[in-house]
Every structure is written in structure tokens, then in C-alpha cells.
Write a protein that binds this ligand. Structure first.
Ligand SMILES: *[C@@H]1O[C@H](CO)[C@@H](O)[C@H](O)[C@H]1NC(C)=O
Ligand SMILES: *[C@@H]1O[C@H](CO)[C@@H](O)[C@H](O)[C@H]1NC(C)=O
Ligand SMILES: *[C@@H]1O[C@H](CO)[C@@H](O)[C@H](O)[C@H]1NC(C)=O
Ligand SMILES: *[C@@H]1O[C@H](CO)[C@@H](O)[C@H](O)[C@H]1NC(C)=O
Ligand SMILES: [Zn+2]
Length: 233
């Protein structure tokens, strides 16, 4: 009995923790990474293929949630998944991009800058030995998803909507989790027969048709910057 109680407690606390620790859910990240990989230049696609861990084959999507899995092993990486503002509806890199200890750059925008800079050393022969570029790739592709989840840039006081209870149809959830997973999962169920590949195809179609005019703007990163995370916030 004691054994089961302990186990049940563990499971319950893992479930409770889940909304706090997760970025987009698995399918949100998978979708982002599958689409991103399909749009890479030849050089970038080759680099990604080289850098992906063997078990991933050549599928970036399958390892897009790796950063969530290592969050406990690499505790230093936990603050890199989000940004907290001081309960105001605007964001300033210099004010907000820091962890709980006030260490600057330790937020999702800082991490995108960091891992982009690291990946640009690929094939340069220089500091390649200093950084694990496989990890840089897995972090970057995950954080590009996280920064687009609206509640990953949110109020410090409600932990990005993690302390706000709402109902999603019949289920009680925290607001953060609605954005991480429920919206995507419900859309998948209702519109795509629970098939994530069909959701991905539908987004791909929109990108090549309805949204084609917007793409140049998405791809522009001005003023010689290597990355433009502030634009996505
Ligand atoms: C940059 O990447 C290194 C290697 O993963 C990590 O130790 C460091 O905390 C990162 N810094 C930020 C701001 O992401
Ligand atoms: C780089 O990181 C990956 C994923 O954590 C790991 O499997 C691999 O062994 C690391 N490579 C080196 C050279 O440390
Ligand atoms: C595709 O674009 C249309 C028109 O903007 C929109 O209604 C639809 O929800 C989009 N589908 C996806 C999967 O993004
Ligand atoms: C971008 O960088 C190049 C080379 O470093 C420099 O010549 C150019 O003036 C820069 N452009 C802007 C807009 O800062
Ligand atoms: Zn995340």
C-alpha cells in the first residue's frame, strides 16, 4: 500500500509539474521542427544531418523536445525556456532577460542568441571543440518553438499562466498548459483525425500559399544581427 501511495504521489507530482516544465507539448515542437527542417538551405540541411544524434536518423522533429527532457539533468538550462516580465505587458531584453539570480542573458531570447552564435562556428575550424554543437542545435530548435508560445513570455507573478486555473472543455487545466498542448491537441483531434502529419501538411500548405508574402519578413534579421529573438516575443 505504502509503495503504491508513494508511486501514485510521484506520478501525480510529475503530472502537476508537467505544465510547468514543458514548452509547447511534444506535437507543437515536432511541428515546428519538421517544418523548419524542410525549409533549410542545402548547407544548413547538411550540417543538421551531421549534427543530429544517430538515434534521430535525419529527423530533427523527433528530438525537438530533447531540451525538456534534460531540464533536470542540466538544471542551469531551466531558465532558458522562457522570459518573465515584471508583470507588465511589454518586454525589454536588458530588463527582462535574466534568471532568478539576476544573471543576464539567461532567458529564451538570450539562449537563442547563444546557440545561434555557437552554430555559426560549424565548419569554421575555430571554437568547435569548445561547444557541443549537437546540443546547440537541439536547444536552438526547441527554443525557437518556446519563444513563439505566447505564455513563455509572461508575468513573473503568475509564472507565465501556470498559476491560473481554467477549464478547457470539461478538463481543469492551467492557462499555460492550454497554450502548450490543449489548443494543438484539440485542433489535431477535430480537424486532422488526431494525425499530427496532417496538421503539419496543413501548415506547410499555408506557408507556400496564403502566407507566402509574409515569409521574407519572417526571414529578415536586420542590422547584421546573427539572430533576432526579440522580434518573436
Ligand atoms: C550558452 O550555452 C552554454 C553551453 O550550452 C551554456 O553553458 C550557457 O549557459 C548558455 N548561455 C545562455 C545564455 O544560453
Ligand atoms: C554532445 O551532446 C550529445 C547530446 O547530449 C551527446 O550524446 C554527445 O556525446 C556529446 N558529444 C560530445 C563530443 O561530448
Ligand atoms: C491556414 O490559413 C487559413 C487562412 O488564413 C486559416 O484559416 C487556417 O486556420 C490555417 N491553417 C493552419 C493549419 O494554419
Ligand atoms: C554589417 O557588417 C558589415 C561588415 O562587418 C559592415 O560593413 C556593414 O556596415 C554592417 N551593416 C550594418 C547595417 O550595420
Ligand atoms: Zn521548452
Amino acid at each position: 500500500m505504502g509503495y503504491w501511495c508513494t508511486n501514485l504521489l510521484t506520478i501525480v507530482s510529475i503530472l502537476l509539474l508537467f505544465p510547468v516544465i514543458n514548452g509547447w507539448g511534444i506535437d507543437g515542437h515536432l511541428t515546428v521542427c519538421r517544418i523548419a527542417q524542410s525549409r533549410l538551405s542545402k548547407a544548413a540541411a547538411d550540417a543538421v544531418k551531421q549534427l543530429l544524434p544517430e538515434y534521430a536518423g535525419n529527423d530533427l522533429g523527433s528530438v525537438c523536445s530533447w531540451a525538456d527532457k534534460v531540464r533536470f539533468r542540466y538544471q542551469w538550462s531551466a531558465p532558458l525556456h522562457f522570459i518573465n516580465t515584471p508583470d507588465v505587458c511589454n518586454y525589454k531584453y536588458t530588463r527582462d532577460c535574466e534568471d532568478d539570480n539576476g544573471e543576464k542573458g539567461k532567458c529564451v531570447a538570450g539562449a537563442i542568441n547563444n546557440y545561434t552564435t555557437q552554430l555559426l562556428t560549424y565548419n569554421s575550424g575555430s571554437s568547435q571543440a569548445d561547444n557541443n554543437l549537437t546540443e546547440a542545435l537541439l536547444f536552438l530548435s526547441h527554443f525557437m518553438g518556446d519563444i513563439h508560445q505566447p505564455l513563455h513570455v509572461g508575468f513573473a507573478s503568475d509564472k507565465g499562466g501556470n498559476t491560473i486555473d481554467v477549464h478547457w472543455y470539461r478538463r481543469k487545466e492551467v492557462l499555460h498548459h492550454i497554450w502548450d498542448a490543449d489548443i494543438i491537441e484539440t485542433a489535431e483531434e477535430r480537424l486532422y483525425n488526431s494525425n499530427v502529419d496532417d496538421l503539419i501538411d496543413a501548415v506547410q500548405k499555408n506557408i507556400t500559399n496564403d502566407w507566402a508574402d509574409l515569409i521574407p519578413r519572417w526571414e529578415t534579421c536586420s542590422l547584421n544581427k546573427t539572430a533576432c529573438p526579440d522580434m518573436y516575443v
